[in-house]
Ligand binder design. Structure first.
Ligand code: NAD
Length: 523
């Protein structure tokens, strides 16, 4: 009977292999004993057929595609005697390799830790499912992969992604903790010595990423682990490990609510939610002061940034600074109070980067005069830049954003929108900045249901060229007494706010006036 051929080929490594082996022995006895009823022999045969067929069938059906690493290895040695022939054992690793490769793929794993010895072909199969920047770290008490590393490199280009750390496992694990490693999958061979300690160390030291996967091999010990009256120390050790893992709340936190707060919204940790990768931003008045700091912050968070300024040379310097840091940037000249300039810069940004996601309308000027002396010219000039210019930018950027159903507008208002700063006299400035807040509130509520959030930042007194004018400079000491924080703001104090308002983390905030003024508006 051809089915019997399988028996000799099966290594009784799995419980099913053992069942098959025992059934085969029983069947031999039954066949040699005429007292055994034919019906019993028939049922024994049936059970044996099922047991014998399972493992080879799973192997055959699950591994239609041979593991490339092994094919690679055979190709490599075509016509030449290989240095290390692929093991017969490797063939039985196909299924395991495929299953683990599937895990790696499904988890989207980048970092894998192996504790205990795995067949080289299985490791290579996992490595093949890794992205190019993925890595497998294997703890080994002696060099392995079945081959020395030079020889292993003949097998697969993916060997480069495998780093074998030779030495006592405990020391290797400590080393990994010291360098702050976290793994997406940790693989532990239950049959190796100290598996419980290694497991506990991994979990206690967060080597396994919070939502990572732990894979434990050899947990059944050929079925002995669940049999009664077992005294074999190795089996008892594996049984203990199984119990430890099974009762460890860190593995399956069944009693905890696992919602967006636990995992992070969209599975993103809070700092990642502040990232602006792939976003296109512009900053008006980006050539110096607060605008320059905003441009750096948005760029550092991942956005491409257009620096817009009345003075092209200043914008170019900042754009150059950003490119030195590897941030994509362009410099554009514009007077924001002119509609044609505003449209031109938006057209230029869209032509360059396809769209605009983040509009930072920051350009502003400050002039000082007693209200009774404020000229119409000063009033118009201030309003033209601070309010009309800001409106033109909001409208032009807003049209693009409304069309795409997404956008973040961040206007620079001022603490002067909340209090009347003194002793300097700046009616037009204060009124224009109060206008910025009302404009922000209006747009913020009008556009939010179409995906566009509009907020503003109100800095206190910031140490920039704006306050170094002849009129304002002498007042610095006086202001300090009005500021609970006891010092002027630096432009860097405002950077996190603009990133927050530009990111999805602030999606529920709109029409808001975010004051960053060291407490000055409260005194
Ligand atoms: P700043 O004078 O240092 O820089 C302003 C930049 O805007 C300059 O590069 C300038 O060339 C540019 N600019 C001026 N008019 C422009 C126009 N019409 N079109 C395009 N660009 C123009 O000023 P800053 O301190 O960085 O202030 C930036 C914003 O912050 C302003 O809106 C200001 O009102 C506001 N603000 C400043 C302070 C402060 O204490 N510095 C406090 C609150 C609010």
């Amino acid at each position: 009977m051809s089915r019997w051929v399988y028996i000799d080929e099966i290594t009784p490594e799995t419980p099913m292999g053992l069942i098959a082996e025992n059934l085969r022995k029983a069947r031999e006895i039954a066949h040699g004993d005429s007292r055994v009823p034919e019906q019993l022999k028939h049922y024994l045969q049936k059970a044996l057929d099922i047991a014998v067929g399972l493992d080879p069938y799973l192997d055959a059906m699950s591994t239609a595609k041979k593991i490339a690493s092994l094919e690679g290895c055979q190709l490599k040695v075509a016509g030449v005697e290989p240095k290390v022939k692929p093991h017969k054992e490797c063939a039985s690793g196909y299924l395991k390799g495929q299953v683990l490769r599937l895990f790696v793929h499904m988890v989207g794993a980048k970092r894998i830790l192996l504790i205990g010895r795995l067949k080289g072909c299985v490791i290579l199969a996992m490595a093949e499912a890794l992205p190019v920047d993925g890595r497998i770290t294997a703890c080994a008490t002696e060099p392995y992969l079945g081959v020395k590393s030079q020889e292993a490199s003949d097998y697969s280009s993916h060997v480069k992604q495998i780093s074998v750390k030779v030495g006592p496992t405990a020391a290797t694990l400590e080393e990994l903790v010291a360098v702050g490693e976290h793994f997406d999958i940790v693989f532990i061979d239950a049959a190796q010595r100290n598996a419980v300690n290694d497991y506990n160390f991994v979990m206690d030291n967060h080597l396994l990423r919070m939502d990572g996967v732990i894979c434990v091999e050899n947990t059944l010990m050929k079925g002995q682990v669940y049999l009664e009256n077992i005294s074999d120390e190795n089996v008892l050790a594996v049984r203990k490990l199984n119990n430890v893992i099974n009762s460890d709340p860190r593995v399956e936190q069944k009693e905890l609510v696992k919602d967006d707060v636990f995992w992070g919204y969209n599975r993103c940790h809070i700092l990642d939610r502040l990232r602006l990768d792939g976003k296109v931003a512009y900053v008006t008045g980006g050539g110096q002061g607060i605008g320059r700091a905003f441009a750096h912050a948005l760029g550092e968070a991942g956005a491409k940034v257009a620096i817009v300024d009345l003075v092209l040379a200043k914008a170019e310097v900042v754009a150059e600074e950003l490119s030195l840091k590897g941030i994509k940037s362009i410099a554009l000249a514009a007077d924001v109070s002119k509609p044609e300039d505003v449209q031109r810069i938006l057209d230029a940004i869209v032509a360059r980067w396809g769209t605009v996601h983040i509009a930072c309308n920051n350009a502003g000027i400050n002039m000082n005069s007693a209200s009774e002396d404020t000229s119409l010219e000063e009033w118009d000039k201030t309003f033209n830049v601070n309010l009309r210019g800001l409106f033109l930018c909001c409208q032009a950027a807003g049209r693009i954003m409304l069309k795409q159903g997404y956008g973040k507008i961040i206007n620079t208002a001022s603490m002067a929108s909340l209090i009347v700063p003194h002793p300097q006299k700046q009616l037009a400035y204060n009124a224009s900045k109060a206008g910025v807040v009302k404009l922000t509130q209006t747009l913020g509520t009008e556009w939010i249901d179409r995906g566009v959030r509009v907020n503003c930042i109100s800095p206190g007194i910031v140490d920039t060229p704006l306050i170094h004018s002849e009129d304002l400079k002498p007042l610095v000491q006086r202001w300090l007494t009005d500021i609970p924080a006891g010092k002027l703001a630096q432009v860097t104090d405002l950077q996190a706010a603009v990133v927050y308002l530009a990111s999805e983390a602030s999606d529920y905030m709109t029409g808001h006036n975010l004051a960053i003024e060291g407490g000055q508006s409260l005194w």
